[in-house]
Design a protein around this ligand. Sequence first.
Ligand code: NAP
Length: 288
Amino acid sequence: MSTAPASPAAPLTARTAIAAGVDLPQLGLGVFQIPPDQVQPIVEQALDVGYRHVDTAAAYNNESGVGAALRASGLPREEVFVTSKLRNGEQGYDAALRAHAETLERLGVDHLDLFLIHWPNPGAGLWQETWRAFERLHSEGSVRAIGVSNFLPEHLRELTEVASTLPAVNQIELHPTHSQSDLVAHHRELGITVESYSPLGQGADLDLPEITRIAEAHCATPAQVVLRWHIQHGFVVIPKTTSRDRLVENLDVDGFRLSAEQMATIDALDRGHRIGNDPATFSISQIR
Ligand SMILES: NC(=O)c1ccc[n+]([C@@H]2O[C@H](COP(=O)([O-])OP(=O)(O)OC[C@H]3O[C@@H](n4cnc5c(N)ncnc54)[C@H](OP(=O)(O)O)[C@@H]3O)[C@@H](O)[C@H]2O)c1
């Protein structure tokens, strides 16, 4: 099995449309758990090796470092797709508008490409009025696309009752041992793009023998196989790494294709193994 990093000239993964006139590189960099004082050089390296899509959140407390990296890269703003997310404690119409303005300020940008409600936060019951604020931001052009994260079918149902604009994406925990096929099917019916978070199972799914066998067959790494599985399913995928070699490795997933049988083998690894919080109950404010 080859573990040599691919060349920095590795091709970018394809772009995918998530809303009218809005498309994004299907593979981006997630920066959850990268400390604020470490995020800038990592995002700079990512942009240097070819990433053009970064996923952050107000709750990660690292938006300022992401913004500094965007500026240091010298790339035109429109070349990098930037997602951020609204903290639970900032749900509500006025609070969401204020929080969005603060996110723009921390990032040093005049618009977001995608803004997500981070969690449904069912205890607060505020996502409907939060969505009205998101729709206003969208209509004013300060957000190119709006979406949600961690929404279950019941949350989506309540949201779509009041929504004039459907969420462009739902960012959910999704990896081989937690592949959420029912939820994915529900999104396909609604026309909502699925974005996979913790796509490598935070590294835990990479040692499965089925994955390593398929990796050997393609002279690829386990991470490349898992990312390829997400891409062939049509998911947007945002692996996190702090290593330059892995940044390159994770982006280099266009050079091989999994067979239908290999896709089915990985599909069959689902164990309902959730790593993160349960969206049905999670209601931490996320404000320090
Ligand atoms: N919306 C939400 O509620 C939510 C929740 C969680 C995550 N997310 C988003 O999803 C992104 C990714 O999820 P995640 O950070 O939880 O987990 P992940 O991307 O599945 O896994 C990250 C872990 O895998 C390791 N890794 C990365 N590339 C690797 C490779 N090629 N080979 C071996 N190990 C590798 C990383 O280690 P090193 O850093 O040492 O390389 C890190 O420990 C986050 O950064 C965030 O943007 C969103």
